[in-house]
Design a protein around this ligand. Structure first.
Ligand SMILES: NC(=O)c1ccc[n+]([C@@H]2O[C@H](COP(=O)([O-])OP(=O)(O)OC[C@H]3O[C@@H](n4cnc5c(N)ncnc54)[C@H](O)[C@@H]3O)[C@@H](O)[C@H]2O)c1
Length: 423
């Protein structure tokens, strides 16, 4: 048997099961598959080392396969302790020969040990999902910085952190905001988070949404997806916001808009997707009904103040179902926290459907290829993905869906590029 790549995973015996699931996801990722086939021929990553900190799911495994087909030497660490699929991690190591550091349920020290292990190989490029790897590089692993030419960031929260680093003059290499492409946030954040967040709530609680009041905190891309899907299932959706334009958007989409303190008293299910901290806190728990369920689908486990909940409760947390912890208040009310407040769609379900990640990871793969050719001309800071990549991913996705669109006539093109024509 060939020597295995460096790894720290839970159970190699799960490799076959992981491989079968990775191949299943691959069936719904035709765009990434086309890119993988091209990479296998053109080998754009020959001699290139990439360290990634991403959710270790079947879809990520297919991104790693595409990069490996292009010749990259990879090291993958998990970007969340609860999202790791142990069978996927096993298959990555045993079936695809990819160095992987990820175990479901690791503690904080284990989480950072894995990120550090991925950085040990002195990567040329970094792929991040939430900015923990880039943050580690700039704080405790600065000796690795000279090898890094650039990287990509996958999520809204990571891009916000990177922009702050850049503003403070701290960011030492170019990072490309993959999250900001239309083909990522308009689909992954909206349709992916929308569907998989509800999927996770069902898997954890098997609750019926029809007729229930669902409170969605944050009406950004993710919040819009969650709200419209909950409405489609018959829930009465209440939106909370801090941004007047987003609140107006929610109101005109037909949702009730309330401050959280008022929503807290009437909600049956609460979902936070803000990227902000303490969105559900003590005064909200005190107002909630018996049996209220709450979950976070924002990137970090800071949106629900679990410390305040623990202090308020007289009993709990007690695990009552899959990823469902019950806290009992002094008057007997039971409050139910899902996935320990970590992003619920990856903690209690499998994350986004592969068909959506097909686009996000096609963006990642093409951006990585573009970076290998352009890193020297990019200043340290946050950069946009070139529009051509975004449009190419949309074009390929449409093609794989069997959909055709119109093309501009010469007269239309001339009209759009002129200013002389009036009424
Ligand atoms: N679960 C997943 O798989 C997944 C997928 C994509 C993004 N994310 C994460 O979800 C979060 C939201 O992403 P997005 O793309 O929707 O961001 P976004 O910036 O489009 O939307 C966030 C919204 O939250 C609002 N907000 C901020 N603080 C608030 C508060 N205290 N109360 C109510 N609303 C508040 C903002 O005004 C904004 O409208 C980020 O952390 C992102 O990284 C998760």
């Amino acid at each position: 048997m060939a020597e295995l790549p460096k790894n720290d995973i839970a159970d190699l015996a799960l490799a076959q099961q992981g491989k079968a699931r990775i191949e299943w996801a691959d069936r719904s990722m035709p765009v990434l598959r086309q890119i993988r086939d091209r990479f296998a021929v053109e080998r754009p990553f020959e001699g290139v080392k990439i360290a990634a900190c991403m959710h270790v799911t079947t879809e990520t495994a297919n991104l790693m396969r595409a990069l490996a087909a292009g010749g990259a030497q990879l090291a993958l660490a998990a970007s969340n302790p609860l999202s790791t699929q142990d069978d996927t991690a096993a298959a990555l190591v045993a079936e695809y020969g990819i160095s992987t550091f990820a175990r479901n349920g690791v503690d904080r020290d284990g989480y950072y040990a894995h990120i550090n292990a991925a950085l040990d190989g002195a990567p040329h490029y970094v792929f991040d999902d939430g900015c923990d790897l880039v943050n580690t590089l700039h704080t405790t692993r600065t000796e690795v910085l000279p090898s890094v030419r650039g990287g990509c960031e996958e999520t809204t929260t990571g891009v916000i952190r990177l922009r702050q680093m850049s503003k403070d003059g701290a960011l030492r290499f170019p990072m490309v905001a993959v999250n900001d492409t239309d083909t990522k946030h308009m689909f992954d954040n909206r349709y992916g988070t929308g569907q998989s967040t509800l999927d996770a709530i069902f898997r954890a609680t098997n609750t019926l949404l029809a007729g229930k009041t669902v409170v969605v905190a944050g009406y950004g891309y993710c919040g819009r997806g969650v709200s419209s899907r909950a409405k489609g299932l018959g829930a009465n959706v209440v939106v909370t916001e801090i941004d007047p334009t987003k609140a107006l958007d929610a109101a005109m989409d037909g949702f009730r808009v309330l401050p959280m303190i008022e929503a807290a008293a009437i909600g049956d299910v609460f979902i936070t997707v803000t990227g902000n901290r303490d969105v559900l806190r003590r005064e909200h728990f005190e107002a909630m009904k018996d049996g209220a369920i709450f979950a976070n689908s924002g990137h970090f486990d800071i949106e629900i103040d679990i410390r305040a909940l623990t202090e308020l409760a007289v009993a709990g947390p007690r695990r009552v179902r899959h990823q469902t912890d019950e806290y009992v208040l002094a008057d007997g009310r039971r409050l139910l926290l899902l996935a320990e407040g970590r992003l619920v769609n990856l903690g209690a379900a499998e994350g986004h459907p592969a068909a959506v990640m097909d686009m996000s990871f096609a963006d990642q793969a093409l951006t990585a290829e573009w970076l290998t050719k352009n890193w020297q001309s990019l200043a340290p800071g946050v950069h946009d993905v070139p529009l051509e990549i975004d449009k190419e991913v949309a074009r390929l996705k449409l093609e794989t869906m069997g959909l055709a669109i119109d093309v501009l006539t010469p007269a239309q093109e001339e009209y759009l590029n002129s200013w002389e024509h009036g009424s």
